[in-house]
Design a binder for this molecule. Structure first.
Ligand SMILES: [Zn+2]
Length: 574
């Protein structure tokens, strides 16, 4: 008798990350359901699935697929993947000179008259000037050129964009919620602030530069998968994105599962989302923004910045900003929480500052009380929490609120945070991983879409070593153990996304979403994790992910119905 519907994977080790910390060497999968039939030795698995196809992965190690608990996967693909040029400091452009060399190279390599689009210039990290039209015209004297700031709050554009929109003769009015900088005569100088104005400046160019946004998004899915991710979420979802997400989720080889958080400022944030692949795509909750970003001085903080060169160059007000940086009043927040909390949605709340976190926890606690949710398994979340303190995490744990931390803030800005932006007692403690773990908020880790490349192993290495790429250690007291960091990037993320019952660990009955690593992260020096351990592949529901096939499949989809997704009026900063 043959049973072609089961398979067994044999590995050097299987780190299940289950509650008993079980280490195994094999698992058996029911291919028809993608669910795990057995975990144990290869003999155990052969006994459970005697006719299975056996694949031996040699010394490689299997873990649950990594979870990037907070992302923006569709838009990240559109604004970072070819034919857009990604020029963030940590993807090969650490200095302003590197950026301008790339400008020159791209201008020479692009056919005359074609527009160009760049994303990721970071004035603080790259030492870049303010890219007014005058500055950009030096590199792009004739073709339209748009450059997105790494913060996402700002776009720079050149004179050809101004002329192409007819804005040289008739400058546009400022849109609601955004603005354009102008000279003394009222003419635009090439800066657009906040989403509505950024879109006004960027839409025409990006629509021309990105002809197949679905394929761009698929490339970001592939980038995540190459880094071991199998599950993530969209934290700025709005209804126009559904067709794009649905198109990707329903491809048979889709490598990434996505939970959607509907922006509270979007169209019908309480709308139910029906996907024809609900295991791959589902609506998880509603998203709010408490404050802004510490790199542009818009986080709600109780303490001032240092009067340093870095702060002056970034034109950040010294502060402290306090509640003046909150995007909503408390009563506005109460209204949103009542409306959608009453409908049963989970919330996720963007918040970087400690003052912001106090307000969020005040509002959460009161709303949980009003809706009878205190003591229930509601899993309301807070995102990023750069300046969040241990006592705040303790309070979050008491009311059942969970935290998703942002190691990228520490990785790329950690050296500036500690001593340049803030004094060491504050800066070294940015992203308090250990305090969150000890509080019991079951923290996850994330990369936040295009803000940073999705590299869970780098996050894990950093959370365990508290060491930035320069080699400096900041706040060693906030280090996680390797086991904690692995759980933060797997089961804790799955729990926040409501999928811990079927994902996040390797256990009988769960879906076989796996990452294959070249070596065991528990046995290497954590400082060498990213240099000694490589991702060798992922599985989704027991099926080995084939990225070239997935990308070819998506590329073959007619782009016409999806073209407007490059410009959908839903872009919102992280
Ligand atoms: Zn975000």
């Amino acid at each position: 008798m043959t049973d072609p519907t089961t398979s067994i994977l044999v590995a050097g080790a299987v780190l299940t990350l289950d509650a008993h910390d079980t280490r195994a060497t094999a698992l058996a999968v029911d291919d028809s359901t993608g669910r795990i039939l057995a975990v144990g030795s290869s003999e155990d698995c052969r006994a459970a699935a005697p006719d299975a196809t056996v694949t031996d992965l040699g010394t490689h190690v299997l873990l649950p697929g990594f979870v990037d608990a907070h992302s923006h996967p569709f838009l990240s693909g559109v604004v970072t993947q070819e034919p857009v040029h990604w020029i963030a400091p940590y993807v090969g452009f650490p200095t302003w000179k590197d950026v301008t060399d790339e400008f020159t190279r791209v201008d020479a390599a692009t056919p005359d008259g074609h527009p160009v689009f760049f994303n990721g210039v970071d004035r603080m990290l790259q030492g870049a000037p303010i890219l007014t039209a005058d500055v950009l015209d030096r590199y792009f004297p004739t073709r339209p050129a748009v450059v997105l700031d790494n913060s996402g709050h700002l776009a720079y554009f050149n004179s050809a964009v101004i002329a192409g929109n007819g804005w040289d003769a008739t400058p546009p009015p400022d849109p609601v919620g955004g603005s354009y900088s102008r000279d003394d005569t009222g003419h635009l100088t090439g800066l657009a602030f906040e989403t509505p104005a950024v879109l006004g400046a960027a839409n025409v160019v990006i629509a021309e530069v990105v002809p197949h946004p679905l394929h761009s998004a698929a490339k970001w899915y592939a980038l995540m998968a190459r880094n071991g991710v199998t599950l993530t979420s969209e934290h700025a979802y709005d209804t126009p994105f559904l067709q794009g997400y649905e198109a990707l989720a329903t491809r048979p080889g889709c490598p990434i599962r996505v939970g959607l958080y509907h922006m509270s400022i979007g169209d019908d944030p309480g709308a139910v989302v029906e996907s024809s692949a609900p295991d791959m795509l589902w609506k998880q909750g509603v998203k709010l923004w408490a404050d802004g970003s510490p790199w542009v001085g818009t986080a709600a903080l109780s303490f001032p910045y240092l009067e340093s060169e870095a702060v002056a160059a970034a034109q950040i007000p010294i502060g402290p900003s306090g509640e003046s940086n909150m995007n909503y009043t408390r009563s506005e927040l109460d209204g949103i929480l009542d409306e959608f909390g009453g409908q049963g949605w989970q919330f996720a709340f963007h918040c970087n500052g400690d003052v912001g976190l106090d307000v969020v926890l005040d509002c959460y606690e009161a709303a949980l009380e009003r809706h009878g949710l205190l003591g229930t398994d509601h899993r309301w979340r807070v995102e990023h929490c750069g300046a969040g303190r241990g006592d705040q995490f303790d309070r979050a744990a008491r009311i059942g609120v969970t935290i998703s931390l942002a190691p990228f803030q520490f990785i790329y800005w950690g050296d500036l945070l500690d001593g340049q932006l803030f004094p060491p007692d504050i800066g070294s403690q940015w992203q308090r991983f250990a305090a969150a773990w000890q509080a019991g908020v079951q923290p996850s880790l994330h990369n936040d879409g295009a803000v940073s490349p999705p590299i869970p192993l780098l996050n894990i290495q950093t959370a365990v070593t508290r060491t930035t790429p320069s080699g400096a250690v900041h706040g060693a007291n906030q280090a996680l153990t390797m086991d904690q960091a692995l759980r933060a990037h797997t089961i804790n993320g799955a729990r926040q996304l409501g999928r811990d019952h079927d994902l996040g660990t390797i256990e009988v009955g769960k879906l076989a979403d796996l990452v294959e690593l070249s070596a065991d992260p528990m046995t290497v020096d954590p400082h060498e994790l990213t240099s000694r351990v490589e991702v060798r592949g992922t599985w989704v529901a027991g099926r080995r992910v084939d990225l070239p096939a997935f990308l070819a499949d998506v590329q073959a989809i007619d782009p016409a119905p999806h073209r407007r997704l490059a410009t959908a009026d839903t872009h919102r900063c992280c």
